[in-house]
Design a binder for this molecule. Structure first.
Ligand SMILES: [Zn+2]
Length: 78
């Protein structure tokens, strides 16, 4: 289980609930520890980065081709 401290925003992993008192490893707070559900932030950032790279690669390819066509038209060959 992943938790985030509402006081100092420290993220940490802990065992299943009911396994003693949970406390923040940084500020030792026992209140305001919120379980984090779903995908960890690092994975989200990685996913967004991957999506951005794919979009840039696809977009860059199209733009590159267009630029190539434009330049071919503008620069007289021969
Ligand atoms: Zn804390």
């Amino acid at each position: 289980m992943h938790y985030v401290c509402a006081k100092c925003h420290q993220e940490f992993s802990a065992g299943s609930e009911g396994e003693g008192e949970l406390s923040c490893p940084r500020c030792k707070a026992q209140a305001g520890l919120e379980p984090v559900h779903g995908v960890p932030v690092a994975m989200k950032v990685f996913g967004m980065l991957l999506a951005a790279v794919v979009v840039l690669a696809l977009g860059g390819g199209v733009v590159g081709r267009l630029m190539g066509l434009i330049l071919m038209g503008l620069i007289p060959m021969g």
